[in-house]
Design a protein around this ligand. Structure first.
Ligand code: GDG
Length: 734
């Protein structure tokens, strides 16, 4: 049976060694709990580093066996590998860049990058030892950005999901990393990529399309024919656990202790891992500001500040710890009284029973990171407030602020605002506290950790289905053969061919796309067969088509159906068309050309086209959206349609439609073989208009009404070539 494999840097256990015996203590983290519903079932497993350097072969075997009982598989790493891959690259490049601290903390060392690649490859080897066709792999976080593609290269059919727990920065930040293309390539081996917020998704899609040849349409990316979805899945917590903890005797005892100690003052709680991204120094500045400017708060408010030791062997972290020490010491010695100390500071971690007691007793939870992927402390505080009271102050830079909109949201850089908000929070009327807290509790309860796991897995399956349905519609060798067989058997055929993007690749200069010798040969062979009626149906100007295709026995449809020419006759236009509207719209389009370097207008007899293929990436798309918006009402008023195409926006009369044109040609003729090839928005009308028996093929991979897909003009040409070649052989044999 197919299984699910979770992969993360760390396994959800802590290993300790005593007298040669190893002990595995399960970690209490929310992620471990949430993913427990997955990895503890059936054959599912979790792969990761056990958090301990083990060099002895026997010990490794022992640990592996012990972990196996808990469905865990270790990836053993040497100290050197951990130092360079984890501390060096993950925490000294990716962590600062992704948290917008590139200029202060990022250190781009080649050897760290080499190790990062090497360790990702080690993880890949462990994964591939257990992965089998049909399995699903869920890779976690920034330490393993290369893993999805490393796996995909060896097992292309596996379903791979990736979740990033930290923010994804804007392209301007991400591009600073010397190995940005390799990292992006690595992530894009996934089928689905999850982030905490929509902003992260937006940043990611932008970076992907700028760095690699990747197309995007909304949140769907296409890379080498593979559909990849980027989506926001805000992580949740085990809300029920936090709601029930206060009933436990140990927690009750702690609650009493805290009340007895701080009973006379309002408690403000802060809980962070030691990290510059958590904004601890800036918060201390706000606390100092409050005490200085609002002296009435003295002896009324007490701060309980927990900083959990982390990475403090790294000099920057040790420095931060010392700075915090100094700042806290300074504030306490300036403002302390006989009965009161403003900040109770602890550089250590506490058992969850104490944490829960603090969540329960604090009037305010103050969470002010400078950047945070989500921030679980804020959600844990909310889940612990079973009486719907208490106030959450939350930085707008934390992912959680997008969900917990009823918190008091602050900018952590704004010292005065944070100071005032602390006072507002402490003295907030109970009624308001309850209104806000109720809303937040509903959100934390609904979007809890099991919900997160479920929607991530459901969506990953959905993406896989989507890919499969796209895949089956690609013209395989078998499908091609059956099209050819049908072709050979039939005697009255019609073949509709779009030109740009279907028979030739797009060129940045529209005049350059003239037919080459190969295409001429293909068309000549198609036209030589008297059973074939070939129709070239294009958006190009009729003059253009004339110069290129006059020598062939084919019908030409130009400007999407505004002009038609039967072979050997003259061009005639669709009756009743007006081009008066162009006078009015042309000046508007010109303003877009003036503001968008590289763009230009193509003036056809019954339509105007604004081209932006050569415009700066991103700007063209932005202007195209703007233009469509701007012309929305004018278009309805004047009977026009706006068509966003491949790097173009076309404005034309509603009556003009390739589908209608195709239908007029097919009408009343008993064709026994109908084939249509097209790549564009406008070709969809042809696909829809033709009878069910028609073979319709979309070139490219956007959603289409066509029955089949092909990847490129090259494939389209091959099909046409094979049609005539094989039919020639059959007929010659007779
Ligand atoms: C990354 C992202 C994202 C803290 N002190 C103690 C203690 N904790 C627990 C808290 C909470 C966890 O640690 C901290 O979680 P955060 O979300 O705040 O931060 P990161 O560890 O940096 O996590 C973050 C997260 O991934 C999930 O995707 O939210 O943005 O940076 O659960 O309760 N637990 C105990 N004692 C302590 O003293 N027992």
């Amino acid at each position: 049976m197919a299984k699910t494999i979770i992969v993360s840097n760390r396994l959800p256990v802590k290993i300790t060694e005593k007298d040669g015996e190893y002990q595995m203590i399960p970690s209490e983290g929310g992620l471990a709990t949430g993913l427990g519903s997955i990895y503890k079932q059936g054959d599912n497993v979790w792969i990761g580093w056990p958090g301990h350097e083990v060099t002895n072969k026997k010990d490794r075997e022992k640990i592996t066996d012990q972990l196996k009982e808990q469905s865990l598989i270790p990836v053993f790493l040497t100290q050197e590998e951990i130092t360079q891959y984890y501390e060096g690259f993950s925490n000294n490049v990716l962590w600062p860049v992704f948290h917008y601290y590139a200029s202060t903390y990022a250190n781009y060392e080649q050897s760290n990058w080499d190790y990062y690649q090497r360790v990702n490859a080690i993880f890949k080897d462990v994964v591939l030892k257990v992965a089998e066709p049909g399995d699903t792999i869920w890779v976690h976080d920034y330490q393993l950005l290369l893993l999805p593609t490393l796996i995909r290269k060896e097992q292309p059919e596996l379903s791979i999901g990736f979740f990033l727990h930290i923010p994804f920065p804007s392209y301007e930040m991400f591009r600073l990393i010397p190995w940005r293309a390799e990292l992006m390539e690595g992530i894009l081996g996934s089928d689905m990529i999850g982030f905490h917020t929509y902003d992260d998704v937006r940043h990611f899609i932008n970076a992907a399309t700028r760095i690699l040849p990747v197309n995007s349409s909304a949140n769907i990316l296409t890379k080498d024919d593979r559909t990849i979805v980027a989506e926001a899945f805000p992580i949740g917590i085990d809300d029920k656990k936090y709601a029930s903890l206060p009933d436990e005797p140990e927690v009750k005892k702690n609650i009493k202790l805290i009340r007895d100690t701080f009973g006379n003052t309002k408690l403000v709680l802060c809980v962070d891992r030691l990290d510059y991204s958590k904004g601890i120094l800036q918060r201390l500045q706000a606390i100092e500001y409050m005490l200085e400017h609002y002296p009435e708060t003295k002896e009324k408010i007490t701060f309980y500040m927990i900083v959990v030791p982390s990475r403090d062997t790294v000099p920057q972290y040790a420095h931060l710890r010392d700075e915090i020490d100094k700042r806290v010491g300074g504030i306490n010695s300036n403002y302390r009284t006989m009965e009161w100390t403003p900040i109770h500071y602890f550089y250590r971690s506490f058992p969850i029973e104490m944490l829960s007691a603090l969540y329960s007793t604090s009037s305010v939870c103050l969470v002010t990171p400078m950047r945070d992927g989500m921030n679980l402390v804020s959600k844990e505080y909310v889940a612990s407030r079973v009486y719907n009271d208490g106030v959450l102050i939350l930085s707008e830079m934390a992912g959680a602020s997008k969900e917990l909109i009823d918190a008091l949201i602050v900018n952590p850089n704004n010292t005065e605002e944070v100071a005032k908000t602390i006072i507002r929070g402490v003295y907030m009327p109970l009624e308001e506290q309850r209104t806000r807290m109720k809303q937040m509790r509903q959100i934390v309860a609904k979007f809890n950790i099991s919900h997160w796991v479920k929607i991530f897995m459901d969506k990953l399956n959905e993406v896989k289905q989507l890919q499969r349905s796209m895949q089956t519609r690609y013209v395989s060798a078998n499908t091609e053969q059956s099209i050819i067989n049908r072709y050979i058997k039939t005697r009255k055929r019609i073949i509709f061919l779009d030109y740009d993007g279907t028979l030739v690749d797009f060129k940045s200069n529209i005049e350059q796309a003239s037919p080459d010798n190969d295409l001429h040969t293909i068309l000549r062979h198609l036209c030589e067969d008297p059973s074939n009626h070939v129709v070239l149906i294009s958006g190009r100007k009729h003059e253009n088509l004339d110069t290129w295709f006059d020598e062939y026995d084919i019908d030409l449809v130009a400007e999407h159906g505004a002009w038609f020419k039967k072979q050997g006759t003259k061009w005639h236009r669709l009756p009743g068309l007006s081009s008066q509207w162009k006078l009015e719209l042309l000046p508007i389009l010109e303003t877009y050309v003036d503001r968008t370097p590289g763009s230009f207008i193509e003036d056809k007899s019954y339509s105007l086209v604004w081209h932006y293929r050569k415009a700066q990436k991103g700007l063209g798309e932005l202007r195209a959206g703007e233009l469509m918006n701007n012309l929305k009402y004018a278009a309805i008023d004047k009977g026009l349609q706006l068509l966003p195409g491949n790097k173009v926006v076309e404005i034309k009369n509603v009556e003009i439609n390739k589908g209608k044109a195709a239908l007029t040609i097919v009408d009343n003729e008993n064709y026994d073989f109908i084939l249509a090839l097209g790549d564009d928005y406008t070709d969809e009308d042809v696909f829809k208009a033709l009878p069910d028996s028609a073979i319709t093929i979309k070139i490219g991979n956007n959603v289409s009404a066509a029955k089949f897909y092909m990847r490129s003009p090259n494939e389209a040409r091959n099909l046409l070539r094979h049609l005539t070649e094989q039919s020639h052989v059959v007929h010659a044999d007779k």
